[in-house]
Every structure is written in structure tokens, then in C-alpha cells.
Design a binder for this molecule. Structure first.
Ligand code: SF4
Ligand code: SF4
Length: 312
């Protein structure tokens, strides 16, 4: 595998946000965590040499606008327009002047991810945004999220926009057992739903899989196989190359199972049966909580060694 090529990379570069939604999985808000411009530049230096698409997200990227612009400038220097740059935004702070600047700085795809009841505006800015995009010739024909292997890239990177919101029927399947959704007790309690098996989950993070592109996530600096994020990160993008981190974990049968979207089987190579994992998921009511328990108690993600003692 050439880990210096990544099909899709999702980067939450800030958790600063003008909103503070109950379902927010990464605790973004007006007091959300941030990293410095210097750290962001280190991270960009450590990204793979080729990235088909890079999704910048938050938090609200436009709430940290100066940093966003600096990131876009450095990405342009490094990738020279070869990467499809996408912005995932709640759209609240977007206006004509900012849209012009974003287009000039290389953003070609805009995803408005706030059209739902959880967000402050609950979707009521949609028509204003539609008019704004139309006024700048941003195509609204591809409105569905670009989550399929067939459609994750729009050939030639023409300007386009789409929208969605946190609804039960979206591809993610409900609120993740993370962040404020846990605090507010609105995470999805369904042991039969496998978050790992859809894009944004761990599936295909090393190799891509039928139907989904290869995608990894960086939460501020934490390199994760998925957007919900593992209990500890696989690596620190400020300090090490993303390709080296992927290369390292790719040899582990545990991460190969995550790559299959199969966290129930991920302990088999260290003696933890599927039956035991299934029982734990049934108790915990969510597969990502089982994954947290696994990396907390049975497997050290930093040294890639087992902590499981079959005698205990
Ligand atoms: S869900 Fe989005 S808009 Fe809401 S607080 Fe989180 S990052 Fe901000
Ligand atoms: S099970 Fe683990 S690897 Fe899979 S999506 Fe959940 S947290 Fe990520």
C-alpha cells in the first residue's frame, strides 16, 4: 500500500464554533478547543503527498477564519490545486465576501451540514445560502453528501455545494456516543447499528472498500481511523507523518479488522472472542463504546501490544 496517497482526509482543525448543539460529537462551541497556526502548518507538512480530497471541518471553520485562510494558503502551496478542497460548515457566518475569498483560496465544494432541528437556525438559512451560491455560479446539482466511492470526487473540481443535517436517516445512522451527545444523553443506543461499517466509520481507512473511499480523520492533531475517533489516537499529526502512522498500524490484525468495519472481531487475534465482544456491545448499547473499552483495557494503541490476560 502507498500510504502517501490518501483518497479522502477529514480534518477538524478547530473546535471553535458559533453554535453549541446538543448532539455535537466533539464538544465544539464558543469555548471549543483550538490549536495554533504553527501546529496547523506542522500538520500540513505531515499530510500524505497526494490527497484526492481534503475536507476542512470543525467546530465551525468560519469561526476560526484567519486560521482557515492560512491553512488554505498553505494547502495551495503544497498541493497546487490537485486536491479537491471541501469545506464543511454550518453556513451561519457565510456571506458574499467570504464566499469569494474561499473560492479564490481554492475551496471547490461547500457542504452545509446544519439543516436539522439541532442547529440554531434549524435550516432556515437554506434559501439565503442557495441564492448566495447561485450568485457566484456554485453548482447546486450535486446536493447529496459525497459519500460513495463513485461520487466522492467531482471530476475537475468544479464549484458545487450540497447540504444535509443530523437526521436519523442520514448515512451515519444517528448520534455518535461521543462528546455532547453523551452529556445530553441523546446518543444512539442500538447494539445492532455498526457505525464502523459506513463512511465516517473505520471501514476502509487503510485500503478503501467496495462502496466507500479510503478515508481517515484528524481531530485537531489526533490521527484516527474514523470520525468518532478511537479511545486514543493512532498518532499525532503535529509530530509524525500520517503515512508513517498508517504504515505502522496496517500490520496490526486489530486495525485490519477496523479496516473491514468489523470491530466485533477485532480482539480475536489476542484471544477475545466475537461472542464476548457481542455481549459487551449488548451491555454498552453502542459499538463505539465497546471499541473504547477495547483500547482502554485490552490493547495499547501506542505500542500495538495486547493487555489482555486470558487468565483474569
Ligand atoms: S454540531 Fe456543528 S454547528 Fe453544532 S456545535 Fe458542533 S460543530 Fe458547531
Ligand atoms: S468502532 Fe471504533 S474504529 Fe469503528 S467507528 Fe467506532 S470508534 Fe471508530
Amino acid at each position: 500500500m502507498n500510504f502517501n496517497h490518501c483518497e479522502s482526509l477529514y480534518w477538524v482543525f478547530t473546535q471553535l464554533c458559533n453554535d453549541k448543539c446538543d448532539h455535537c460529537y466533539n464538544l465544539s462551541g464558543p469555548q471549543g478547543a483550538r490549536i495554533s497556526e504553527e501546529e496547523c502548518m506542522q500538520i500540513i507538512d505531515h499530510l500524505p503527498d497526494t490527497i484526492d480530497r481534503l475536507i476542512l471541518s470543525g467546530g465551525e471553520p468560519l469561526a476560526d477564519k484567519k486560521l482557515l485562510y492560512a491553512i488554505l494558503d498553505r494547502l495551495h502551496e503544497r498541493y497546487q490545486g490537485r486536491t479537491q478542497i471541501m469545506l464543511q460548515t454550518n453556513g451561519d457566518l457565510l456571506n458574499a465576501e467570504i464566499l469569494d475569498t474561499l473560492i479564490e483560496k481554492g475551496v471547490s465544494r461547500f457542504d452545509i451540514a446544519s439543516i436539522d432541528r439541532y442547529h440554531k437556525h434549524a435550516g432556515d438559512r437554506l434559501m439565503i445560502l442557495a441564492d448566495l451560491f447561485e450568485s457566484r455560479g456554485v453548482n447546486g446539482d450535486d446536493r447529496a453528501p459525497l459519500v460513495e466511492k463513485e461520487t466522492y470526487l467531482i471530476k475537475g473540481h468544479p464549484l458545487s455545494w450540497g447540504y444535509w443535517g443530523a437526521t436519523e436517516d442520514m448515512w451515519l445512522g444517528g448520534n455518535w456516543a461521543r462528546g455532547r451527545a453523551i452529556e445530553k444523553n441523546i446518543w444512539l443506543k442500538d447494539p445492532n447499528h455498526n457505525f464502523c461499517k459506513v463512511l465516517s466509520g473505520g471501514i476502509g481507512f487503510l485500503t478503501g472498500k467496495e462502496g466507500v473511499p479510503q478515508e481517515i480523520s484528524i481531530q485537531l492533531w489526533r490521527i484516527n481511523p474514523c470520525c468518532p475517533g478511537t479511545f486514543k489516537a493512532m498518532g499525532d499529526a503535529r509530530k509524525e507523518k500520517v503515512a508513517d502512522v498508517l504504515e505502522r498500524v496496517s500490520t496490526s490484525p486489530i486495525f485490519q479488522k477496523i479496516n473491514d468495519g468489523d470491530p466485533i472481531s477485532m480482539g480475536e487475534s489476542i484471544g477475545i472472542s466475537k461472542e464476548f465482544a457481542q455481549e459487551r456491545v449488548a451491555d454498552l448499547q453502542n459499538v463505539c463504546l465497546w471499541c473504547d473499552e477495547f483500547f482502554k483495557s485490552y490493547f495499547d494503541i501506542e505500542t500495538l501490544t495486547s493487555r489482555f490476560d486470558p487468565q483474569s
